[in-house]
Design a protein around this ligand. Structure first.
Ligand SMILES: Nc1ncnc2c1ncn2[C@@H]1O[C@H](COP(=O)(O)OP(=O)(O)OP(=O)(O)O)[C@@H](O)[C@H]1O
Ligand SMILES: [Mg+2]
Length: 244
């Protein structure tokens, strides 16, 4: 395996054992994501996509296997050490926004950067840049409840990118969005990817996946296909959208 791996899973397994019958959700996944790669994770409902990305980000415990982040073994860390590493190195976007309700949009976006050690000024500049890119510059003082679903999802994306994480993990970040909001989110993802951001994104939407360098397909908790997208040249987001 190359030294460039930002994220690596080795024989990763998750068996949910809470119910009457154990559910094997992820069954021996090997995955390496290199610096700057944009990987789309696809597969039918229940194939283990969310379980996989949650484990990769340490939000869900693994049953067995290894997880490496920036060349460091992560899965054997204590809960608090994992949380600290995650704060520095991972940005998350979930299908349902998970914003802090009693904080403004601006504070929601700045908080992760501040927690990761950015100065207030750096955090503010980054927040202004990200919210501006997502057409939310004028909503900085609003509370999440005052925003539409699409606006909340864009704030969640800005928040996930605020501390310039080693890897952005996104679970259907456009799942609840209409086409215009989807376009804004994809445009920002395309832009940060171009700037070198490593991205792992779960999506059901082939048009969204078309933006990625590589598509990993899951079926019944296993990777059944892992391929680079062949394309003569890099498509721009605008062109991808025009295909709709
Ligand atoms: N907390 C849980 N306890 C028991 N089983 C679970 C739990 N969470 C998920 N599962 C099961 O694990 C399997 C994988 O679920 P997962 O949520 O990872 O699928 P997914 O690919 O993300 O599906 P979707 O596209 O619907 O979001 C499914 O069979 C699901 O029922
Ligand atoms: Mg899911």
């Amino acid at each position: 395996m190359s030294d460039e791996a930002v994220l690596k899973a080795i024989n990763l397994v998750k068996i949910y054992s809470g119910g009457a019958v154990p559910v094997p959700a992820v069954r021996g996944v090997d995955l390496q994501v290199d610096a700057g790669e944009f990987v789309a994770v696809m597969g039918p409902s229940g194939s283990g996509k969310s379980t996989l990305v949650h484990m990769l980000g340490g939000l869900d415990s693994r049953t067995s296997g290894e997880i490496w982040l920036d060349g460091k073994r992560a899965d054997t860390l204590s809960e608090s050490a994992w949380a600290l590493l995650r704060r520095k190195k991972i940005g998350f976007v979930f299908q349902f926004f998970n914003l802090v309700a009693n904080m403004t949009v601006a504070d929601n976006v700045e908080l992760p950067a501040l927690l990761a050690g950015a100065s207030p000024r750096e955090a503010r500049e980054r927040r202004e840049d990200l919210l501006g890119a997502l057409n939310l510059g004028d909503r900085a003082d609003a509370s999440p409840a005052q925003l539409s679903g699409g606006e909340q999802q864009r704030v969640a994306l800005a928040r996930a990118l605020a501390n310039q994480p080693s890897v952005l993990l996104a679970d259907e970040p456009t799942g609840n969005l209409d086409s215009r909001n989807t376009r804004d989110v994809l445009r920002l993802l395309g832009r940060v990817h171009k700037d070198g951001q490593t991205i792992v994104m779960v999506t059901h939407d082939a048009r969204v996946a078309a933006l990625a360098d590589r598509v990993v397909s899951l079926l019944d908790g296993e990777i059944v296909d892992d391929g680079r997208i062949a394309r003569p040249r890099r498509r721009t987001v605008g062109e991808v959208i025009d295909l709709r």
